[in-house]
Design a protein around this ligand. Structure first.
Ligand code: HEC
Ligand code: HEC
Length: 207
């Protein structure tokens, strides 16, 4: 491991401790039952009525933190995070609708993910729990938690769709998705294509 690499790992460890010790995000207030008709008419075709997307490549929302979901809806609405698929469906949602939707999807039960390349799962587990000290990739569990269930600050990644995870890693690496802290950008830039694919397979395998 090079000195530069050790220094960058140390910087990232510091960054992680700053982030994980920061004050808890505010609770989302609202009524998930009021989101039901919007879910059925505007979201279910792509994300499923129960937040388990039937379409490969589309993210699972079930069991995700409501704080994270609301934050991302706002990011799409402000077009800080761009998605041709999403934008037309959220353009007319009020802040209240967005909060209700976030609570609705957060309360759904996530179904198991679909592993498409089982031979990569073990290598992906190693990246997730240990990172890669040679290239300065930090482990993922420090932020996303060992189970992948995440928290208000760090999204749930367990059981997520492989294609979606890979697409997001690419968007971070290309600086297209750049909300908030730089951490994911640094992580994504350092992962090789094979490591990204392996870790995406491991995430899909997590219950
Ligand atoms: C036409 C398909 C489609 C519809 C309809 C749709 N979405 Fe999405 N949604 C997507 C896609 C594709 C993404 C991933 C975008 C990207 O690549 O960043 C996404 C991403 C999201 C995310 C971010 C997930 C994450 O893990 O970061 C949230 C939250 C979300 N959608 C909520 C909704 C809600 C609420 C509705 C209904 C009001 C809705 N979506 C309707 C396709 C759709
Ligand atoms: C220092 C903390 C930190 C580390 C380490 C970290 N992440 Fe993240 N990750 C985040 C944060 C914060 C977000 C949400 C950022 C945003 O809002 O775009 C995120 C987002 C993601 C997303 C997008 C989730 C979604 O639903 O759209 C994926 C996938 C992801 N991380 C995978 C990983 C993997 C794989 C690793 C390890 C190789 C990793 N992360 C390491 C903090 C971290």
């Amino acid at each position: 491991m090079t000195v530069k690499c050790i220094a960058s790992m140390a910087a990232l460890a510091l960054l992680m401790s700053v982030i994980t010790s920061a004050v808890a995000a505010e609770k989302v207030q609202g009524d998930p039952a009021k989101a039901e008709s919007i879910v059925a008419s505007a979201c279910a075709s792509c994300h499923g009525l129960d937040g388990n997307s039937p379409v490969p490549g589309f993210p699972k929302l079930a069991g995700q933190s409501p704080v994270y979901l609301l934050r991302e809806l706002k990011e799409f609405k402000l077009e800080h995070r761009k998605s041709e698929a999403m934008t037309p469906f959220i353009a007319n949602l009020s802040e209240e609708d967005q909060a209700n939707l976030a609570l609705y999807f957060a309360a759904q039960k996530p179904t198991p993910g679909v592993v498409t390349k089982p031979e990569l799962v073990a290598a992906g587990k190693k990246i997730y729990l240990e990172g890669n000290s040679d290239s300065g990739v930090p482990s993922c569990d420090g932020c996303h938690s060992e189970s992948g269930a995440g928290s208000d600050r760090f999204p749930r990644v367990a059981g997520q769709d492989v294609e979606y995870t890979l697409a997001q890693i690419k968007l971070y690496a290309q600086h297209v998705r750049k909300y908030g802290i730089k951490a994911m950008r640094i992580v994504a830039e350092r992962l090789t294509d094979l490591e990204a694919e392996a870790v995406a397979q491991y995430l899909a395998s997590l219950k």
